[in-house]
Write a protein that binds this ligand. Structure first.
Ligand code: F6R
Length: 619
């Protein structure tokens, strides 16, 4: 939520900042702005409401000159998306600029106190308060013997002591050319180390075209930098340990290439991303999976008697699929907790309960807080994360990366299938330590290895699925129904549809229809049934017939060769045969394509749906 990038070097800052914002736009896109400092002790600011292109148009006419600057793309928390509320914000003197990602909870009393002292505010944001506070502290140290650089660092420290909330900030002062100060608490910030230039950004995608050397800051880290040097300390003072990491993807991977949208590119990457999860993690000798990063001994894994899976949104749907899969393969009682509920609900757990937090970004604030809550209570919390070096990955007690590459489309697609794949490996590993036979384990390995080719076959139906989407283009709502392993898939299909096409959609266990939902059925409300030839197929058919009996149109997703559906459903999409516990990995693909084509046909911005942003770093 909100993207920030700062640059100090020898190049013109404005084009670098604008390009960085383009890479970060998925984090927020209701307004954006840049501030650039030049040698004449002046800061030039440009801000514009709306998409980044509006800022580009504005800057194009009159680009600010200078080799040091900061910039921001916003997802509004306090104050509507307007030019005034866009970042960067200036202090009372107009000489200090700041960009902020996070929420300052006590901004109102702070603002009132500053106003009483004569400070004039130009926005409704919480962030402008921070600019004024830092500026005030800086001015107050004018008589000090310290250098202007160290005065600014001290001012940031003093201001941050006064606020409660979360922040990822970068600031600069017109009196100190070529000098940036950043700090983080709860919102991500990465240092990029270049040759004769340095960067600060919300994530590495903004800087990977300039450098692959990054330092992922931890909470309460403070950094200050010039083009040739940097220092990282604790916000409260004192040194901290840090590590320089290599960014694990190329600039090209963060581009959409020949695809019209990131979402479509990411849907089509799934044969590769699913294989990335199991590559090197299957053991034929043991007919099992190897997940070394869990940091648990075989005995500790055998002692696990309960699993709690925690995540938000799509990750929570993947967790629901994981619940069915892990219980099926290992017989270990498994449950799913939505992260925002888990962190406040005080779930009773004994010492043999293993907690997994699941997150694509590794930065989702509720998932991070849930992890810390679990750890506070003495539990070992493992993570299933995509973003290498993210906060959850670093702070968890172990875990496994998905290695799916950057997911930039706001609607999660490849991360869902990778997460479900990972939990299938986990189920297999734990199952083989319990009751799952060698023969069953071997069969699962073969099934897993076949998945990428099967996904490829579904992707080839994209045009057929587009035609089905167009047929229902005027629908004002859609139901998604499935049972057992595919109940979570139904939930995920509904989330994809509503978030990118803005129609009402809901996912249900098919048999729940007659407990209320069936009242919605009319000939104008399409139902998507996920109905593979599995152990609950006949029961699922009964639910489908109940919808047909009430003239509800039905799109059926079923197993190849099951021609029965041609007679009952209005439209049929086929998926290859697969072990039923792995079927969510296949059945979700037509749902992703259906919602994608439906939203494109309705001229929705599928990569940047309204009101949303990727990586939810505010509560
Ligand atoms: C939906 C979507 C969100 C995320 C959720 C968790 O398409 O993208 O529901 O799944 O915000 O995000 P991560 O996985 O980054 O923790």
């Amino acid at each position: 939520m909100c993207g920030i990038i700062g640059y100090v070097g020898k190049e013109s800052a404005a084009p670098i900042l604008l390009e960085g914002l383009r890479k970060l736009e998925y984090r927020g896109y209701d307004s954006s702005g840049i501030a650039v400092m030049n040698g004449s002790n002046t800061i030039h600011t440009r801000k514009k409401k709306g998409r980044l292109q509006n800022l580009r148009d504005l800057v194009g006419e009159n680009p600010p000159e200078g080799e040091c600057g900061i910039s921001h793309t916003r997802w509004a928390t306090h104050g509507e998306p307007t030019d005034e509320n866009a970042h960067p914000h200036l202090d009372q003197s107009g000489k200090l600029a700041i960009v902020h990602n996070g929420v300052i909870e006590n901004y109102q009393p702070l603002r009132k106190a500053l106003e009483a002292e004569g400070h004039v505010f130009h926005s409704q944001t919480d962030s402008e308060v921070l600019a004024h506070l830092v500026g005030k502290k800086y001015e107050a140290s004018a008589e000090s013997d310290a250098t202007p650089q160290m005065r600014l660092v001290a001012a940031v420290r003093d201001a941050l002591k006064l606020i409660s909330g979360t922040y990822g900030i970068v600031t600069m002062h017109a009196d100190i050319p070529g000098f940036l100060v950043g700090a983080r608490l709860g919102s991500p910030l990465v240092v990029g180390l270049g040759k004769g230039e340095n960067f600060l950004a919300s994530d590495v995608s903004a800087i990977v075209s300039h450098t692959s050397d990054a330092i992922y800051l931890s909470d309460r880290d403070l950094v200050y930098m010039t083009d040739s040097d940097f220092k990282i300390e604790h916000v409260e003072g004192g040194s901290v340990e840090f590590e320089v990491s290599r960014v694990d993807f190329t600039p090209e991977q963060a581009e959409k290439g020949e695809y019209p949208h990131y979402m479509l590119k990411e849907i089509f990457e799934q044969p590769t991303t699913i294989a990335n999860v199991f590559r090197g993690r299957l053991s034929d000798d043991e007919a099992s999976a190897k997940l070394g990063g869990l940091n648990l001994t075989p005995q500790e894994l055998r002692d696990v008697d309960r699993i709690v899976l925690v995540g938000c949104g799509t990750a929570s749907h993947a967790a629901m699929a994981g619940e069915y899969i892990i219980e099926h393969l290992s017989r270990i009682p498994t449950e799913v907790e939505i992260a925002s509920e888990f962190r406040y609900r005080n779930l009773p757990m004994d010492k043999n309960t293993l907690i997994f937090v699941i997150s694509q970004s590794g930065e989702t604030i509720d998932t991070l807080a849930a992890m810390r809550e679990g750890q506070r209570k003495g539990h070992r919390v493992l993570s299933i994360v995509n973003s290498v070096g993210s906060t959850i990955a670093r702070e968890s007690d172990g875990g496994s990366y998905l290695y799916s590459g950057p997911e930039i489309g706001v609607a999660a697609t490849k991360s869902f299938t990778s997460q479900v794949m990972m939990m299938s490996l986990l189920g297999l590993l734990l199952g083989r330590m319990r009751n799952l036979s060698m023969r069953e384990g071997q069969r699962m390995l073969a099934e897993i290895r076949d998945l990428p080719a099967k996904v490829e076959m579904i992707l080839q139906q994209t045009e057929k699925i587009r035609a089905i989407a167009l047929k229902y283009i005027d629908a004002q709502g859609m139901l998604f129904l499935g049972r057992q392993f595919n109940f979570p898939t139904a939930m995920e299909g509904a989330l994809k549809m509503k978030e990118i096409s803005y129609i009402f959609a809901s996912g249900h266990a098919s048999a729940e229809l007659k407990h209320g939902v069936i009242a919605l059925i009319t000939e104008d409300l399409p139902s998507v049934f996920i109905i593979p030839k599995d152990s609950v197929y006949d029961k699922n058919v009964s639910s489908l017939e109940e919808v047909k009996a009430r003239k509800g149109p039905v799109i059926a997703i079923t197993t190849e060769g099951n021609t029965d559906m041609e007679d009952i459903a209005n439209d049929v999409i086929y998926i290859p045969e697969v072990d039923e516990c792995l079927s969510p990995i296949l059945s979700v693909i037509p749902l992703q394509l259906l919602s994608y084509h439906f939203a494109v046909a309705r001229e929705c911005d599928v990569d940047k749906p309204r009101n949303l942003a990727k990586s939810v770093t505010v509560e």
